[in-house]
Design a protein around this ligand. Structure first.
Ligand SMILES: C[S@@+](CC[C@H](N)C(=O)[O-])C[C@H]1O[C@@H](n2cnc3c(N)ncnc32)[C@H](O)[C@@H]1O
Length: 215
């Protein structure tokens, strides 16, 4: 099975309906990541198989839950998402491709990583995707959703991005096993309201989303 067939199989397992244009964007993004990784060291994963399961499908597995949140009570047009410590654009670029109504900013302290996101947005023709070179602590927002993957402990993630969260915004942290110690260490100002288990096609590992908001 080639990369595209495996991607389409994964989307089917996730019950995620994407247009051919969106699938082409995902494939182009994977190519860009593969090509520029050699130059910029964007990710430790280099094989095509790992790129598919550990990056694309791992991020795609979150999309149905994100879409439910965006379209649920309080959902409205023009929502903004900040992906913190986005690196090579995971999960931010995948979210921007799958949710074209969502405006996605990927922030990273490393200039070349933010530049890569800007370049990907230009190549993919996406006006809803932005790369920002900054520390998250310096951003004002407001963002309706603030996401992260492989970034920091929940207490640090929420403390460093609190000023950028909209009054009624939510944090979406992608984690492996339910991080019980990190949840217990959250300060009183932050409320964890849901831990949502995820299954990633082709990946035999525990995954979850930790949803949080202001208390
Ligand atoms: C382990 S990488 C994760 C990259 C990506 N999210 C992924 O899952 O593949 C963490 C990223 O966070 C960035 N980072 C660290 N501290 C940061 C901060 N205070 N503000 C923004 N980005 C930060 C690093 O430069 C790095 O690219």
């Amino acid at each position: 099975m080639n990369f595209e067939q495996s991607l389409r199989g994964g989307l089917q397992s996730l019950d995620l309906q994407l247009s051919d244009a969106q699938i082409t964007q995902l494939l182009t993004f994977a190519e860009l990541l593969h090509k520029w990784n050699k130059v910029y060291n964007l990710t430790a994963l280099r094989s095509q198989d790992e790129m598919l399961t550990h990056h694309l499908l791992d991020s795609l597995a979150v999309v149905p839950a994100l879409q439910r949140h965006l379209e649920g009570p309080g959902g409205r047009a023009g929502q903004r998402l900040l992906d913190v410590g986005s690196g090579g654009g995971l999960p931010g670029v995948v979210f921007a491709i799958c949710c074209p109504q969502l405006d996605v900013s990927c922030v990273d302290t490393v200039a070349k990583k933010a530049a890569f996101i800007q370049q990907a947005a230009a190549v993919l023709g996406m006006k809803n995707l932005h790369g920002i070179h900054a520390r998250v602590e310096s951003l004002a927002g407001p963002f309706d959703v603030i996401s992260c993957r492989a970034f920091a402990a929940l207490a640090d993630f929420t403390a460093w991005s609190l000023q950028a969260l909209a009054e009624d915004g939510v944090w979406l942290a992608m984690k492996g096993k339910r991080p019980q110690n990190e949840i217990a260490a959250l300060p009183a100002e932050v409320q964890m309201f849901h831990v949502e288990p995820l299954a990633v096609p082709g990946l035999d590992a525990e995954r979850c989303i930790v949803w949080m908001r202001r208390s």
